[in-house]
Ligand binder design. Structure first.
Ligand SMILES: Cc1cc2nc3c(=O)[nH]c(=O)nc-3n(C[C@H](O)[C@H](O)[C@H](O)COP(=O)(O)O)c2cc1C
Length: 172
């Protein structure tokens, strides 16, 4: 695998067990910048990134998720990147998903592990979740398309790329 960009795509895996080490601001800024430069439908840039890394806020998110879903949803990660956009816009899911994928690939290129976390929209529709959404400065009308947790694997040997189905691609 010669090309570094392709390599970062092909070796990305979801990590579900993190150690305490925090991603440096230098790396985090590069990762978020990669998200910012994702394509957007008609270049309207309707997606927004809210990055949470204050200990108290991360703990509150962890607590609320546990209360709502009955399990640890953040896998010990201490950086959460929330990606959101207007709920009623036809391009919100597409634009936010492009942002998220750029974040995952950029993180991997910088040897930072990641995983998509999907529970935030549902959480932010609950009364306690709504308060937290407001505390984070996310507009009430925004849909949380997804979140990227970032950090470092507790056990890097568990980071194995899953094989894809054989008929994934067809070229006609
Ligand atoms: C839309 C979407 C939602 C996902 N939600 C979660 C989630 O809530 N929790 C989780 O642990 N992984 C989540 N994942 C990660 C997938 O489970 C993972 O990408 C898939 O199993 C393939 O593994 P890989 O990422 O290691 O290639 C999500 C992925 C996508 C694209």
């Amino acid at each position: 695998m010669a090309n570094k960009a392709i390599q970062a795509i092909l070796t990305r895996v979801s990590c579900r067990e993190y150690n305490e080490k925090k991603v440096s601001l230098g790396k985090l800024n590069q990762i978020l910048e990669a998200g910012k430069y994702a394509p957007s439908g008609k270049f309207r840039q309707i997606a927004n990134i809210t990055c949470v890394r204050t200990k108290a806020k991360i703990e509150r998110l962890r607590e609320l998720l546990k209360e709502q879903f009955g399990r640890e949803c953040l896998y010990g990660a201490n950086t959460v990147v929330l990606v959101h956009g207007p709920r009623d816009d036809a391009f919100t899911v597409q634009d936010c998903s492009c942002v998220l994928e750029n974040i995952f690939v950029a993180a991997n290129a910088l040897k930072v592990q990641s995983c998509w976390i999907n529970q935030f929209d549902e959480l932010f529709l609950t009364p306690k979740g709504m308060k937290m959404k407001e505390r984070l400065g996310i507009p009430a009308e925004n849909r949380l398309v997804g979140a990227a947790i970032l950090g470092y694997a507790k056990d890097p040997s568990k980071l194995v790329v899953k094989e894809r189905k054989a008929d994934f691609i067809s070229i006609k």
